[in-house]
Structures are given as C-alpha cells and as structure tokens.
Design a protein around this ligand. Structure first.
Ligand code: ITT
Length: 196
C-alpha cells in the first residue's frame, strides 16, 4: 500500500512518521514532494477538521492511503486565536519567532494564560472513505520562551504536570503528552477497526 503524509512541515513528519509506519505496517511514508506534488491547497476552512480534510483530498488518489494534519494553538483569553491561523498569525510571511513575538504582545498584561494545542488528523483511505480524529493538550503560555526542541509555539507552551515547556521535552516525552500524540493514538484505534 502506498501511504502519504500530506504535509510540507518537516517537523510534523518527524513527529508522526515512526508511529504512522508502525500503525500502517508500511516501510516508507511518502511526502507530497516525493510524489511530485509541490503545490499546496488553499487552507480556507473555518475549522481544523475542514482544513485537514482539504489537505488530505488534495493529494489522495484511488489506492493511496492519505493522512493530513491541521493543528494550532487556541488561547482562551484571545477567544481561541490564533487557532486555524496559527502558522500565519504574524502575517503571510511570518515564521515561528514572529508568531511567538506577536503572541507575547497580545498577551501582555493578561493574567489568564490558559491555552490548548489542537491537532486534527484527517485520513482518506485507499477506497475514498474519510474520517478525522482530534487530539488536544492543555497548557499555559509563558512570558518568555524556554527550551530549544520542538517547533512553532513549543517554547512558550508550558505543560504543568511535567513542569516543562514542549520545547524542553525530548521527542518521546512530547509525543506522550502532545495534541499530535493524542490524535495519533486515537487514529491507531480507529484504523485498527477499519483496516482489519
Ligand atoms: P502543513 O499545512 O503543510 O501541514 P503547516 O505548518 O502550515 O504545515 P498548519 O497549517 O497545520 O501546518 O499550521 C500549524 C501551525 O500551528 C504550525 O505552523 C505551528 O505554528 C503551530 N503548531 C502546530 N502543532 C504544533 C506543535 O506541536 N508545536 C508547536 N507549534 C505547533
């Protein structure tokens, strides 16, 4: 079976590929680039579910097992922002550093720092059937970054029960607690019912 992970974000691929290879029983997971797909769909959905599905549909073809991740950070005091706009919070040409800076500015003098990471994984099976799973992780936005690992908002996302930001965790630790790890565990349960 040809299995594709429909993302252009290398950090996501790194976090997902080991677990996905194990769940799917495949030796290689293709990225869109390896299949000659270099365009990306416009992410114009209003929800993580809509965006994850449109990314999966963009690279799917019959016989191809396709998986896509749409994820982001939802901050309670900001009404759930940046949400589905997490990748481009500081503008279309933004990067993680600019996004994190903007987040700190928006939260200046705000005492409610509670937030959650959300990861929705969409799956489009070789026969065209589709479904999504959602994983979340609750935490607190710090006043300054801590840690060098991970990506995106990880240095600002403090996970209270471990006393660390996601950027201070090893990849194994982050997978054990993260929104993406939680979504992958749900995916495993859902797929074991559908693929057997
Ligand atoms: P693809 O659409 O190609 O998958 P992307 O990076 O554009 O890649 P999203 O549209 O899903 O992906 O945006 C997700 C953004 O949310 C990401 O760029 C980060 O800023 C943030 N994010 C998601 N998961 C994260 C994580 O585990 N740690 C830190 N930040 C994360």
């Amino acid at each position: 079976m040809e299995a594709v992970i429909a993302t252009h974000n290398k950090n996501k691929v790194t976090e997902m590929e080991g677990i996905l290879r194990e769940i799917l029983g495949v030796s290689h997971l293709y990225t869109p680039g390896e299949l000659g797909i270099n365009e990306e769909p416009e992410e114009n959905g209003k929800t993580f579910e809509e965006n994850a599905l449109l990314k999966a549909r963009f690279v799917w073809k019959p016989g191809r097992f396709t998986i896509a991740d749409d994820s982001g950070l939802c901050v309670n005091a900001l009404g759930g922002a940046p949400g589905v706009f997490s990748a481009r919070y500081a503008g279309e040409t933004s990067d993680s550093e600019k996004n994190n800076q903007k987040l700190l500015i928006e939260l200046e003098n705000i005492s409610d720092r509670s937030a959650r990471f959300v990861c929705v994984i969409a799956c489009k099976l070789p026969d065209g059937a589709e479904f999504t799973v959602r994983g979340e992780a609750n935490g607190v936005i710090l006043n300054e970054p801590r840690g060098k690992r991970g990506f995106g908002y990880d240095p600002l996302f403090y996970f209270p029960s471990e006393g660390k930001t996601f950027a201070e965790m090893t990849s194994e630790e982050k997978n054990a607690f993260s929104h993406r790890g939680n979504a992958l565990r749900l995916l495993k349960i859902e797929l074991s019912g559908r693929l057997n």
